[in-house]
Every structure is written in C-alpha cells, then in structure tokens.
Design a protein. Structure first.
Length: 208
C-alpha cells in the first residue's frame, strides 16, 4: 500500500512484469507464472468451451494479477476481481494518468468476495471453486442462488508434489469451509488422490 504509493498504474504494471520475468519460486526454481495448477487450466478451458464466462476472484492485488492473468489463465484483465488500492486521476506533464494512493479500497477476502463480485460483476456465480476458509462466504453466497449450482473446494493434501494443509498452518487454512463442504455436500477435490498432475511442468503423472 505504501511502497508503491504515488506511482501510476502503468508504472506499477511494468514493475510487476519485470519482476515476473526474472523471479523464481524458491522451492521449485520455476517462474511464478508456471506455478499454476494444470487441472485448473483444464477446467477453465472446459468451462469456456461450454459457454461459461470465467473469472478470477482472489484476495491478491487486482492490478498485480491483471498483468499476467490473460497469458497464464486465459482470463482477461476485466474479468479479474481482487483487492484494490485507492487511486486518483491526475495530469502529469500534461498526460492523464491514474495514480496509486497509500490507502486500501477493498480487501477481496472472506465476506469481501461476495461484496466485490456484486460491485464489479453484478451477477451471482453459478459455479465456484475455492481452496481456503477465505472462500467460504463466496461459496455459500453462490450456493444460495436459484437454479443449479456447483460448489467446489480444493484440499491441499500432497506435501511431496505441492503442500499439505487444512487446519491452521503456516501455509494456509482450510478448516471451517471444509466442515461446511461436508455438511452441504459440496465437491471436495483431494490433490493427492484426484490429480494426476499438479503443475503443467510435471512430465510424469503421479502413480495411483
């Protein structure tokens, strides 16, 4: 919020692009743009081929994600919803720019996700997937709509190929949402049991 205050949105996008071009994940030694889930890419492609409009709704900064969302996920910037920083319009050297302010506008997590979807999309989802307690309100709000709905949770259970966590941990938390999924009969995907391949760069699917 503070470190990038005063710069334009174009300047921020360049900083993100430059970082993504060189930064690598410390464990896998891969660019962060390769640290995406192969089944997620396949599902997004399948949904779009079936006539659905797909969105990313994340607690991450929206201006950060929009730099790579279309190239990596096939989701254009206008279909990315995330946490936002306050911005303002001004003229710099006669040129119109949007400038980042040192203040948070919206945290797109937990109860903030349905609020952000309503504000920026204006339509309740019919299909939603999450992977943490931060997605619980999004899934519950999606389920409350009329007609057929699909609710899914990804359960991180593979410490060897990825990570394993559910209850409070240093990596993430999937606790109350997992309990709610069991009670509501939402679909729970177990990475270790259900995914032959986690990341696109894997050459050998896991043995069953």
């Amino acid at each position: 919020m503070v470190t990038h205050a005063g710069i334009t949105t174009d300047e921020f996008a360049k900083i993100v692009a430059d970082w993504l071009a060189t930064a690598k994940h410390p464990r896998f030694d891969r660019p962060y743009t390769e640290m995406v889930y192969q089944p997620m890419l396949e599902l997004l492609a399948y949904l779009r081929a079936s006539g659905f409009k797909t969105y990313i709704v994340s607690g991450g900064g929206v201006e950060f994600m929009r730099v790579f969302s279309e190239k990596v996920y096939g989701i254009p910037p206008e279909q990315v919803v995330g946490s936002t920083i306050e911005t303002k319009f001004e003229l710099r050297d006669g040129e119109p720019v949007i400038v980042r302010e040192p203040a948070i506008d919206l945290i797109d997590d937990k109860a903030g996700k349905p609020v952000a979807i309503n504000e920026f999309i204006g339509r309740r989802p019919v299909f939603a997937f999450g992977n943490s307690d931060g997605d619980q309100q999004l899934l519950a709000w999606t389920a409350a709509g009329r007609g057929s709905r699909f609710l899914g949770l990804v359960h991180h259970t593979d410490a060897e190929r990825e990570w394993a966590y559910d209850h409070p941990s240093a990596v993430g938390q999937l606790d109350s949402a997992l309990a709610l999924a069991a009670a509501k009969r939402w679909t729970v995907v177990d990475i270790k049991k259900d995914w032959n391949r986690v990341f696109p760069f894997e050459t050998t699917p896991a043995a069953k």
